[in-house]
Write a protein that binds this ligand. Structure first.
Ligand code: MET
Length: 757
């Protein structure tokens, strides 16, 4: 057996990558220095794999922003609005596609399968595809000449690329395959001429639900590519789930198949057992969890490898992570401040590579040689299991009594709407924001001072209060109807709650890329989750004391906390969600008791937990909705529950969105360019709803007219009585002036709309 990897985190062990990108965007790095800095990070990443003894090292997985955008740029697939004239797109065009610029809006960004990574959606049909630059060739040459690494270039598979793109109708799919095949061939032929042996072709789409037609397309693609560059061996890589059409996939004319043996519900192994594996192919055995952060149970992994070896000759097995390690932080070595039982049980990218090397050795018959390491790993896992944090009796009791916990509100939404309208007397088309306001450098530095102990608790509290006061005044002056306190005390909407609840831990440096330069540091849910004391009451009550307008209490929902955290792997996600939900209920009740009458429980990540396979959706959604309702159902009728969601493809989740039974929902809209609004033509929704009327991700100031037309568009399908006006979420990432100016336009657009409707 050999050891291999599929992709390494791009961001550097200290987020050097993010810092370089942002410095370059801000004009603080010239292009040459920028390239040099990124090269240093890229080589460092390769070295980390080389030094650990990984035999098959991917190259070309590094990016300047996103690997799907890279693929589009490589093939000259650039939207017309960026004045592209062919050839290799400049860095400024490349970044404009991702981030927008003064003249043009960015391309849409969306979730990468069921992860929290977001890619830029290629827009086909706007330019004639061409190979602009073979970036894999560059990557391969660099690794070889600089480090002597015979790397394995990584290419996004043609079918996955097309399926993730937009700008064509289903009947044009064939034509697009025809258009791209010669370009893919050219990439492979150039690699072949360079002496490249193997290319990793990522086709995660093969792990989704596919029909016969898809399979026919895939077969056609790989038949073509097999003869295009006969000297190249393709390692066709799937991940994130089992492949449903196992026999069809493993018999494709490629030299190797990579399967996920972690997130497949055991089905890949079953298929392997049942149908065998082609004798002439290499199996990439994804046995180490490339998405979780826990040390593996190495003994059980060895057993899996043993089972696999019954069907595949060990010479043709590569021990590898289940998917690219881009989804986990770089190294756990720096996490010295964590409780030892927890720290001992962690494995980030570097530690996973070590596990892969260890497993490979053990499976090669060296189990005795690595016996000490195997035993140590086992002990670490057990120590965490026995720790106090995983044995909280009260939490276990509450979960045992779950069936008797209220999980729907006493009155229906019509009754509640009337009571609430009487209480608030809001105008038509009420205006609000989604919660956060700009986290200026001042806010960030205050938090830092407080965290470092340079500022006392009291000093920090006073500062936060000042910020709240500033923004309550701004909101009054702007004439918004429903206020928020601004979330200045929060770095991150999940971290904030995690820090206050029991059962969570925070790393010093456990960052993972979310989109572009944005990295997140997911909390680790490692123990039983328990409420200890109110988390948001003081700031919300203070904000409410400054105004007559209602101030929304602002919480992050149980499913979002779950989906944006690394979760313990000894309990089901469902059970962990209920633990969080019950802890949040305590907070909802505390807010209500303190006189807060509107409470927003954000669930932007509800969608993110959706299983890849359709047939598993209903099961997930059922417990996700139940968790939300466990948190929000014990309040009085007059208390208005809001929720917020992101990147919501409304039509396929509509029943669950209705089932949440929130009095008001806001959905991030503008980046899906009106597609969301369109879905209301087919589906009814009768509670309060706000669809973001401008994209906060871009620095450009939306005009009154632009927002007016978004409102008009929405009101063609929704009634003015139910419609709320708000921007998309995430104002914390914008600057003060931009925010105020945009909201001013939003209020003006609303005033015009009120006259019309
Ligand atoms: N309340 C949060 C905010 O406005 C919701 C964010 S959803 C990603 O920033």
């Amino acid at each position: 057996m050999r050891s291999g990897n599929l992709g390494y985190p791009r961001i550097g062990n200290n987020r050097q990558w993010k810092k370089a990108l942002e410095a370059f965007w801000a004009g603080k790095l010239d292009e040459e220095t920028f390239h040099a800095e990124l090269k240093a990070i890229r080589l460092g990443n390769l070295k980390a794999q080389q030094e650990r003894g990984i035999e098959i090292i991917p190259v070309g997985d590094f990016t300047y922003y996103d690997h799907i955008l890279d693929t589009a740029a490589m093939f000259g697939i650039i939207p017309e609005r960026f004045y592209y004239e062919g050839g290799e797109p400049s860095l400024s065009v490349y970044y404009a596609i991702a981030r927008g610029n003064r003249e043009a809006t960015a391309s849409e960004m969306t979730k990468w399968f069921n992860t929290n990574y977001h890619y830029i959606v290629p827009e086909l049909g706007q330019s004639e595809p061409q190979l602009t630059r073979n970036r894999l060739l560059d990557a391969y040459r660099e690794a070889k000449s600089e480090l002597g690494i015979e790397g394995r270039p990584v290419l996004v598979g043609l079918y996955t690329f097309l399926k993730l793109s937009k700008g064509y109708s289903p009947d044009q799919l064939d034509a697009w395959i025809d258009r791209l095949l010669p370009l893919y061939s050219q990439v492979l032929r150039e690699l072949e001429a360079e002496g490249v042996q193997w290319v990793q072709v990522d086709e995660p789409i093969l792990a989704t639900t596919l029909g016969e037609e898809d399979l026919a397309h895939v077969a056609r693609i790989y038949d073509y590519l097999a003869s295009a560059a006969p000297g190249i061996k393709l390692q066709l890589q799937t991940y994130f789930e089992a492949v449903d059409h196992y026999e069809a996939v493993v018999s494709l004319p490629v030299h190797g198949i990579g399967l996920d043996f972690v997130h497949d519900g055991g089905r890949n192994l079953q298929s392997l057992h049942q149908h065998g594996f082609p004798e002439d192919k290499v199996l990439g055995a994804g046995v180490i969890d490339g998405r979780g952060i826990w040390k593996a149970d190495l003994q059980s992994k060895l057993d899996v490898l043993k089972t696999i070896a019954e069907a595949v000759h060990p010479d043709r097995i590569v021990v590898q992570p289940s998917n690219s390690l881009l989804h986990v932080p770089v190294s756990a070595a720096q996490e010295t401040a964590l409780e030892p039982a927890l720290r001992g049980a962690l494995a980030f990218a570097d530690e996973k590579l070590e596990e892969i090397v260890l497993l490979t050795k053990a499976a090669q018959g060296g189990a005795v040689a690595v016996a000490a390491e195997l035993a140590a790993s086992k002990l670490s896992r057990e120590a965490l299991q026995q720790s106090e944090s995983r044995n909280r009796t009260l939490v276990h009791q509450r979960i045992a009594g779950l069936a008797s916990q209220p999980s729907s509100r006493p009155s229906n939404s019509n009754v509640r709407r009337d009571v609430q309208q009487k209480r608030w007397n809001l105008p038509l088309l009420p205006t609000t924001t989604i919660g956060s306001f700009p986290q200026t450098p001042e806010v960030r530095s205050a938090r830092l001072k407080w965290r470092k102990g340079e500022w006392s608790e009291a000093q920090y509290e006073t500062f936060i209060k000042e910020q709240i006061k500033i923004w309550i005044d701004v909101q009054s002056e702007l004439g918004l109807d429903v206020f928020v306190h601004g979330e200045f005390e929060r770095t991150d909407m999940v971290e904030f709650f995690g820090e206050k609840l029991d059962g969570f831990a925070f790393t010093a440096n456990g960052w993972v890329q979310s989109y572009g330069s944005r990295c997140v540091k997911p909390p680790i849910i490692y123990g039983d989750v328990e409420f200890t004391s109110p988390m948001t009451v003081a700031e919300t009550v203070y904000a409410q004391s400054l105004t007559q307008a209602p101030v929304k209490g602002m919480l992050t929902g149980p499913i979002t906390i779950l989906n944006w955290s690394f979760v313990r792997d000894d309990k089901s996600r469902e059970e962990v969600a209920y633990q969080i939900a019950l802890a949040l209920r305590d907070e909802v009740e505390a807010l209500e008791a303190a006189g807060i009458g509107m409470i927003q429980v954000d669930e932007p990540a509800m969608r993110e937990g959706l299983p890849l396979k359709r047939e598993q959706w209903a099961g997930y959604l059922e417990w996700a909705v139940r968790a939300f309702k466990l948190s929000t159902s014990t309040v009085k009728d007059e208390t208005q529950i809001h929720t917020h969601m992101c990147y919501c493809e409304f039509h396929d989740m509509i029943d669950s969105i209705r089932a949440l039974d929130a009095d008001v929902i806001s959905i991030e809209t503008s980046r899906s360019h009106g597609e969301l609004v369109g879905s209301f033509e087919e589906h009814t929704y009768d509670k309060g709803i706000g669809l973001g009327v401008y994209d906060i991700h871009s620095p450009r100031l939306p005009s009154v007219e632009e927002m007016g037309s978004m409102i008009d568009r929405a009101l063609r399908v929704l009634s003015p009585e139910q419609f709320w006006i708000n921007p998309d979420c995430g104002l914390k990432t914008r600057k003060y002036d931009e925010t105020v100016a945009a909201l001013r336009n939003m209020v003006q657009a609303t005033e015009r709309a009120r006259k019309k409707y």
